[in-house]
Design a protein around this ligand. Structure first.
Ligand code: FAD
Length: 180
């Protein structure tokens, strides 16, 4: 059976979104092999990758061509998006009130329950949604929220084979910095 044009346009390693199109925010740049430029192409030129339904043109320098991470002006891949999102969530938890008002608790719950619906890496969002159905958010105060979030992050770390973070160190990592 002939491939559809969408299947033909999906680069190896690229994960597709719910619309069946390539989803850069769902895919790690390391696993998705974009078009490799020759040295001649990289000189004063641009190259294209099929990063979306319409090919995305990336202004590329010879320095960025050999990098394993996206150039800084590139849309985020799943790792950059994940790192930035965890930074936001853990930092927000570290500064969340010790004794939040009912309104602050409600807003935090809305934020956390929005992630499975809105987070652009859809398979990440789906798994996170399943996790928080079983492990309801603790928005009672700073300490509880920081620990809950640390445990959720560790759940993802476990799934990805990453190191488990010591949840006793969340304040040091996200608020106070290391003791001198
Ligand atoms: P990150 O995991 O992004 O961590 C950033 C920093 O946080 C680390 O350097 C460390 O200092 C600190 N840290 C690590 N663990 C903890 C912890 N438990 N508590 C507090 N601080 C910690 N990627 C996938 O491939 N598949 C998925 O299903 C997936 N699901 C995700 C779900 C959510 C809600 C989010 C926000 C991201 C998800 N990601 C997923 C992305 C993934 O978790 C990483 O963000 C990404 O792989 C980049 O990893 P990193 O090595 O930069 O460190």
């Amino acid at each position: 059976m002939p491939e559809s044009s969408t299947e033909r346009d999906i680069p190896p390693g690229m994960i597709t979104g719910p619309d069946g199109k390539p989803c850069q925010a769902c895919t790690s740049w390391r696993l998705w092999k974009p078009v490799i430029m020759t040295q001649e192409q990289s000189h004063n030129k641009s190259y294209t990758t099929a990063a979306s339904g319409a090919a995305t043109t990336l202004a590329a320098s010879s320095a960025s061509a050999s990098r394993e991470i996206p150039p800084t002006n590139c849309p985020p891949d799943s790792e950059e998006l994940g790192h930035a999102t965890w930074t936001f969530l853990h930092t927000t938890a570290a500064y969340y009130p010790v004794q939040p008002t009912p309104t602050q608790r409600a807003n935090m719950l809305t934020l956390l329950h929005s992630l499975p619906v809105l987070y652009p890496c859809t398979h990440c969002a789906d798994d996170f949604g399943e996790d928080i159905k079983v492990n309801a958010p603790d928005v009672s105060g700073r300490a509880g929220l920081s620990r809950w979030l640390c445990e959720r992050h560790n759940q993802v770390n476990r799934k990805l084979g990453k190191e488990i973070f010591d949840c006793a160190k969340t304040d040091e990592r996200w608020k106070d910095g290391p003791a001198d």
